[in-house]
Design a protein. Structure first.
Length: 304
């Protein structure tokens, strides 16, 4: 089925967004890296609390930290807007960040070299931690050959600009949709290439498993792929050290077990990924993407 063409009005609005996007990038590229990051922090801390996303973030924080005081929740809300604002503005100058070796530290880089040397694919998994764009840049600029997946933007004009811009620091994303996307991932793994996927957001119809004590639905793809190709889940995370300086951690691999019950094995894999995400969130709570509605809708209706 072909996708319906947008209306002329919709296309006009998308083109206006693209022009605004070009203007912001042009301005950002005239400023020092940390100045851009600082402005993003200030801007989002100022306007973020005025948006509906603020309420989502507050509810999420109360789900994860039910015993926290109002003052503690307020502090975390300000801190997560600081990180979110920095991240979104830093995305406009990622090539400058990645191109400066002093700005990105990689912990356990030997594991990436080991993966490349063995020439056996792995399934990289992570979440939206700190500036999450740093992680794929580290992978593709290592010896590992990997396909990086992402969700395409609704605005095709901005989407084209972002894809071209990411090419500057080596990231060649593709957005899997339906069967064609799944076949691309399978083909890549069959060629001995690794794949990288985010696995911390809501996926309707996904595997039901606990996350901070409540049931959420999570995409089964990473666990399914790892089981099918008899490989490991390779978790990674990004930590913000100071302003636009980062630490990328290559964690110990997560081995999955085949019992002959594929559904149960996939669920076990999802549970392990959720546990990994939980640990990272608890370690650095200000650096997760809190404005996403991760839990089922009824949870948000109950938590006030």
């Amino acid at each position: 089925m072909t996708q319906a063409s947008p209306s002329r009005w919709q296309d006009f609005l998308w083109r206006l967004e693209a022009v605004a996007f070009d203007a912001v990038i042009l301005l950002a590229r005239t400023l020092p890296v940390d100045t851009v990051s600082d402005f993003g922090a200030w801007f989002f801390k100022t306007l973020g609390p005025l948006t509906s996303a603020h309420r989502v973030a507050e509810t999420n924080l109360r789900i994860v930290f039910p015993q926290a005081s109002d003052a503690e929740i307020g502090r975390l809300l300000r801190a997560q807007w600081d990180n979110t604002g920095r991240t979104f503005l830093e995305l406009l100058i990622m090539d400058r960040i990645i191109g400066d070796p002093d700005r990105v530290e990689v912990v356990n880089a030997a594991r990436l070299r080991q993966i490349a040397a063995k020439k056996e694919p792995v399934v990289f998994v992570s979440g939206h931690f700190s500036n999450f764009e740093v992680m794929p840049a580290v992978i593709v600029n290592s010896p590992v050959v990997s396909q990086i997946t992402y969700r395409a933007m609704n605005n095709p004009h901005v989407e084209a600009r972002v894809r071209d811009y990411r090419f500057r620091y080596g990231v060649r994303y593709f957005a899997p949709k339906g069967g064609d996307g799944a076949r691309e991932l399978l083909a890549a793994l069959g060629r001995g290439e690794s794949v990288a996927l985010m696995n911390d957001q809501k996926f309707n119809g996904g595997v039901a498993a606990p996350f901070f004590g409540r049931t959420v639905h999570t995409a089964p793809g990473p666990s399914r792929l790892a089981l099918r190709f008899d490989t490991v889940l390779q978790p990674m995370s990004v930590q913000r050290k100071h302003k636009a300086r980062f630490r990328v951690v290559v964690h110990d691999p997560i081995a999955l077990t085949k019992t002959g019950d594929m559904a149960a094995d996939i669920e076990a894999g999802v549970r392990k990924i959720n546990a990994f995400i939980e640990a990272q969130v608890l370690e650095r709570p200000a650096e997760w993407f809190w404005t996403h509605r991760r839990w089922p809708s009824e949870v948000y209706r109950r938590v006030r």
